[in-house]
Design a protein around this ligand. Structure first.
Ligand SMILES: *Cc1c(COP(=O)(O)O)cnc(C)c1O
Length: 372
């Protein structure tokens, strides 16, 4: 079955004459007279029909065996690090989602976890960082917010020869756009808040694992016994978003490419960072590993922070807000949201290209440039 069909039907466990599945709010499930449970559900933190529907659908969309849904992308990511043993070492990229980097620096490393930051675009640096006890390599490609690409095939080879698990934060690359499990990665993590849910109305995250192995069982234990689980309504909303994911992504990808091409020709632009442009420094890697180039791009403005701020303020259809992956276009000055230890250039604006008509988005950008 193809992605569009799986997305619409895999999660539906219909009862009565429902066309879509209901929201099961019950926290607890009844035993039969003989003490047995008629299905797998006992207590809703452990499992419930809506979460199972979401997890099964995501596992099928990623061609994986299992998935575990969490109450945020951050909780999903944390579970992967927390599943490591006390003598295990992990390697992460310097350019990565700032919230996870913050947890690594301020929570995991201070509690004695051994985690190294490397520039993942530099494979020699990655190889040098490998230790005998390296158990996990974490990558994010394209990276946030510089859209640097990691050569995923090359990192998979390095991870395999080190005997390490390769986990990919594929939030910016929903199923079908960058099939890292098929390439040989072990785990995919998504912030479901973004493209999966797609409407900026629910926070969630999910860990998808190619195999139901020991490492995943530990993640499942963390999910159930630490309990950072999404509510049944959250799961229902995310699954509803997933039903239109493929169609929304076509619009995000096509609008983003057109906007990137338009921006590249503006006099006030220093650089457009978008993997679908031939000018991207790693365009060849993009063509090798990305089926589509995504809905996210960043721009560097001539004239520094003041001009970047003014351009964002001049826009009327693009909303100035953090986050990404919703149907509405957003624009954001990343350095100010990331705070004082941010490495992001202060003339950078990050754009989440939405599904408004491309002509209206370009007209909005044109009037914002005119007013600079
Ligand atoms: C938003 C995001 C996260 C964190 O997800 P939350 O749902 O906000 O906790 C992780 N990784 C990437 C790439 C993101 O964009």
């Amino acid at each position: 079955m193809k992605q569009e069909t799986i997305a619409i039907h895999a999660g539906d466990k219909k009862s009565e004459n429902d066309v879509i599945s209901p929201i099961h709010l019950s926290t607890t499930f009844k035993r039969e007279k003989d003490g047995s449970y008629p299905n797998t559900d006992i207590y809703s933190r452990t499992s419930n029909p809506n979460r199972r529907a979401l997890e099964n659908t995501m596992a099928r969309l990623e061609h994986a065996q299992v998935a575990a849904a969490f109450s945020s992308g951050s909780a999903a990511a944390a579970s992967v690090f927390r599943a490591l043993g006390k003598n295990d070492h992990a390697i992460v990229p310097t350019d990565m989602y700032h919230g996870i980097a913050k947890a690594i620096k301020n929570i995991f490393i201070p509690s004695a976890m051994d985690i190294s930051f490397v520039d993942m675009t530099n494979l020699a640096e990655l190889k040098d960082a490998i230790k005998a006890n390296t158990k996990l390599i974490w990558i994010e490609s394209p990276s946030n917010p510089l859209l640097k690409l990691t050569d995923i095939n090359a990192v998979i080879k390095i991870a395999k020869s080190a005997g390490a698990i390769l986990a990919v934060d594929n939030t910016w690359m929903p199923p079908n756009m960058q099939d890292v499990l098929a390439m040989g990665a072990d785990i995919v993590v998504h912030s479901s808040t973004k493209y999966l849910a797609g409407h900026s109305d629910v926070i969630g995250g999910i860990v998808v694992s190619k195999y139901d192995d020991e490492f995943f069982k530990k993640i499942r234990l963390i999910q159930i016994n630490e309990g950072a689980v999404p509510s049944p309504f959250d799961c229902w909303l995310i699954l509803r978003g997933i039903k239109t994911l493929s169609y929304r992504m076509r619009g995000h990808n096509s609008n983003a490419l057109k906007i990137a091409e338009y921006l590249e020709n503006q006099a006030q632009i220093e650089q457009v960072l978008y993997p679908g442009l031939a000018s991207h420094p790693q365009y060849e890697i993009a063509q090798k590993q990305m089926a589509e180039y995504g809905g996210m791009l960043s721009i560097l403005l001539k004239g520094g922070e003041a001009v970047a701020m003014k351009l964002a303020a001049n826009l009327e259809i693009f909303t100035r807000a953090t986050s990404l992956g919703g149907v509405e276009s957003l624009i954001e000055h990343r350095a100010s949201i990331e705070g004082p230890d941010s490495l992001t250039p202060n003339n950078l604006l990050r754009i989440s290209v939405g599904l408004e008509h491309i002509d209206d988005l370009i007209a909005d950008l044109a009037q914002a440039f005119d007013k600079l």
